[in-house]
Write a protein that binds this ligand. Structure first.
Ligand code: NAD
Ligand code: WQD
Length: 336
């Protein structure tokens, strides 16, 4: 009995693989390494003393999926694989729809052929578009996504809903992550973006270590307490543990959960918290708003607490401390 983790060498995937191995699960990883390195899995092995079976391959490759389902007794699939850079998705929409939407279709067909019926999907708070109200609950209006990446997540959710309705033996859960940050407490695995980071936390960490000169804060004229954008940041290990709970409590049909903390922090609060945790100065300048950004977004995580028995446990200081620990121990990420 094994769990197939697509995208398991990536940021959230590697932390989830670690949590799965730690509780004694057999894990098979499929990743094409387009945005990751096998080194993350070697580090997971060092940390846990256990090995995930690794296939370097693509979710779009039917034959590869068939080989995996034939070779292992897979009971469930956690599907992280996909492309995730918002800006890049506007320049390469076909690649994003191909990987994220078509890739998921190929995977679901292979699961149906193999008789594997439990599926956990990495969705995103981005499906809510511009929130009508906060906190966001799972029944809040979705839509109005402003880039192909976000639209691809929304499309997959719609496909999953239709598929679950047509195939009642399937149990499908979509987890809408808010803003994942931080790293495993060991500092051995973490987020390793290619090039200049798009997301706030890796950017701040690279300023703190001296790789980047200063953070550009995208707008201080939002209708928030200090004018900068507010988000619900969640520790990646809390997120990883959310997947274990989602597997334990999976039910037939299609179900959606928010995975967030329920608290919002502004960009300037994040800078101050990182400075506190790292003891380093984070220089910044205020620049105009980034197109497509929203003012504020945070979750109501009550449904996951009630149905999955899951709550985020780690606070902002732990997120910052662990992000810094990873950054300072691995200034070049996995590349060395
Ligand atoms: P990541 O890029 O670190 O991990 C994704 C992994 O999938 C990478 O290892 C990549 O090599 C692999 N991959 C991509 N396309 C593939 C393909 N066609 N076949 C096989 N492997 C493929 O990203 P992450 O931050 O760990 O995100 C994991 C999932 O969570 C993604 O689906 C992402 O959209 C979603 N998500 C991420 C965030 C976030 O802010 N990090 C927020 C919400 C949702
Ligand atoms: C957070 C805040 C920025 C960088 C994105 C995706 C979303 C999800 C998570 C995958 C905002 C501000 C950022 C910088 C800044 N990903 N910021 N300077 O935009 O909430 O969400 O990642 O599903 O789909 O859209 O996250 O980390 O980019 O930004 O001022 O250099 O930090 O304006 O207020 P975001 P982020």
């Amino acid at each position: 009995m094994a769990i197939l983790v697509t995208g398991g060498a990536g940021y959230i995937g590697s932390h989830t693989v670690l949590a799965l191995l730690e509780r004694g699960e057999e894990v098979v990883v499929l990743d094409n390494l387009s945005n990751s390195s096998e080194e993350s899995l070697h580090r997971v092995e060092q940390l846990t003393g256990k090995t995930a079976v690794f296939y370097q391959g693509d979710i779009l490759d039917e034959q590869c999926l068939k080989r995996i389902f034939d070779a292992h007794q897979i009971t469930s699939v956690i599907h992280f694989a996909g492309l995730k850079a918002v800006g890049e998705s506007t320049r390469k929409p076909l690649e994003y729809y191909q990987n994220n939407v078509a890739g998921t279709l190929v995977l679901l067909q292979a699961m149906r052929d193999a008789g594997v019926h439990q599926f956990i999907f990495s969705s995103s708070a981005t499906v809510y578009g511009t929130p009508e109200h906060t906190p966001l609950v799972e029944t809040s209006r979705v839509g109005g996504t402003t880039n192909p990446y976000g639209t691809s997540k929304l499309m997959v959710e719609q496909i999953l809903q239709d598929f679950a309705a047509a195939e009642p033996q399937f149990a499908i859960t979509a987890l809408r992550y808010f803003n994942p940050v931080g790293a495993h407490e060991s500092g051995m695995i973490g987020e390793d973006p290619n090039g200049i980071p798009n997301n706030l936390l890796p950017y701040i960490a690279q300023v703190a270590i001296g790789k980047l000169e200063k953070l550009s804060v995208f707008g201080d004229d939002y209708p928030t307490a200090d004018g900068t954008g507010v988000r619900d940041y969640i520790h990646v290990m809390d997120l990883a543990e959310g997947h274990l709970k989602a597997i334990d409590h999976i039910t037939e049909g299609f179900t959606v959960y928010n995975l967030g903390t329920g608290k919002g922090y502004s960009v300037l609060e994040m800078v101050a918290a990182f400075e506190d945790a790292s003891g380093r100065k984070v220089s910044y300048q205020i620049v105009p708003r980034r197109p497509g950004d929203i003012a504020e977004c945070w979750s109501d995580p009550a449904l996951a607490a009630e149905k999955l028995d899951w709550r985020a446990k780690r606070n902002l200081n732990e997120m910052m401390h662990d992000a810094w620990n990873w950054q300072k121990n691995n200034p070049q990420g996995y590349k060395k």
